[in-house]
Design a binder for this molecule. Structure first.
Ligand code: ATP
Ligand code: MG
Length: 298
């Protein structure tokens, strides 16, 4: 039961992998803040948006309890906690935005020398994980009965300690698993950082504040991926060059004074690869340049 509030409150990870990028995103959206003495509460100055810095595991519960309106958290933590909260009769939490970073996957991993024939081979085995809800849901879907050993850290050493037969853990590069003689065999959840929130609109003035902030964050995320592509091409080769331009905005073509040549400039969404530049050059373009975009107002 939330008290009426005219300020939006967002929960972020205090430290760890998602804390800094989350604050960078909010700063790119124009939010500035003042720190409290204990550094757990950041008071928003430029917008009525305050930040609460917590352990990521606490974020879904804080939203469910109405202490915070939104949170920036990994999908893995959101789904795990939502399943538990749902089982207690709470309304579901949903993803308001996908942020495209903090990517990892929740994988089942077995001994590197063991053969993988499919989920059925897990029947009767002990699986160490920090994600019992997500693992449990997957095991039910696969119709497999296995034993779950819940550990809150160092999951990947459980098989060596004889605590479990295999693991279900987060993987990004696979290095930690390899170091423990394990190999991932199946992914049960693809994860990235998300903005989590309730499955209904916020009350008081908070939805309007959220709309404003999310609009800015969308702009900031788009900007971060935008590049300005510049090149030149002689008029006779334009027919070969133009079809090779990457997807994005419509290119602007400008005649070059005193030459039978045009300068081309266009906004591209996402990186422009070396291979793309080489293709354009082979088709007759020259003076190719890719620039980051600092600001944009259509
Ligand atoms: P806290 O102290 O806040 O509980 P934590 O140790 O649980 O921190 P981190 O290790 O900082 O959490 O990871 C936060 C999130 O980063 C994970 O829940 C996951 O969504 C994401 N992540 C991305 N890559 C990885 C990875 N290789 N291992 C673990 N988490 C990853
Ligand atoms: Mg945590």
């Amino acid at each position: 039961p939330a008290q009426p509030r005219e300020r939006l409150r967002i929960a972020l990870q205090k430290s760890g992998r998602l804390g800094d990028p989350a604050r960078e995103l909010l700063a790119a959206g124009g939010l500035t803040w003042r720190e409290s003495r204990d550094r757990l509460f950041l008071y928003g100055e430029s917008l009525p948006v305050d930040l609460l810095l917590v352990r990521d595991d606490d974020i879904p519960g804080l939203i469910t309890d109405g202490v915070c309106d939104l949170g920036i958290v990994g999908r893995n933590v959101l789904v795990e906690n939502s399943l538990a909260l749902g089982a207690q009769g709470h309304r579901p939490l949903v993803e308001w935005r996908q942020l495209g970073w903090g990517r990892c996957s929740l994988d089942v991993a077995i001994g590197e020398d063991e053969e993988w024939t499919g989920p059925q081979q897990l029947a009767g085995l002990r699986i160490a994980t920090s994600y019992p809800q997500i693992l449990g849901r997957w095991l039910r879907q696969e119709g497999v009965e296995a034993q779950t050993v819940v550990l809150n850290g160092s999951v990947e050493i459980a098989p060596r300690l004889g605590q479990a037969d295999l693991v279900c853990d987060l993987v990004s590069t696979g290095g930690t698993l390899r170091a423990n003689q394990l190999r991932p065999v199946t992914t049960i959840l693809d994860s990235e950082a998300v903005i989590a929130g309730p499955d209904q609109r916020l009350e008081d003035g908070r939805q309007e504040i959220a709309d404003l902030l999310l609009g800015r964050l969308d702009g900031a995320m788009q900007l971060k991926e935008s590049r300005l592509l510049m090149l030149r091409a002689a008029r006779p080769v334009l027919d070969q060059v133009l079809p090779l331009l990457p997807g994005g905005h419509e290119p602007t073509l400008t005649g070059v004074e005193g030459r039978d040549e045009v300068a081309i400039q266009m906004l591209v969404h996402g990186p422009v690869s070396w291979a793309k530049l080489e293709d354009l050059k082979r088709a007759g373009a020259h003076n190719l340049m890719v620039l980051p975009v600092e600001g944009m107002l259509a």
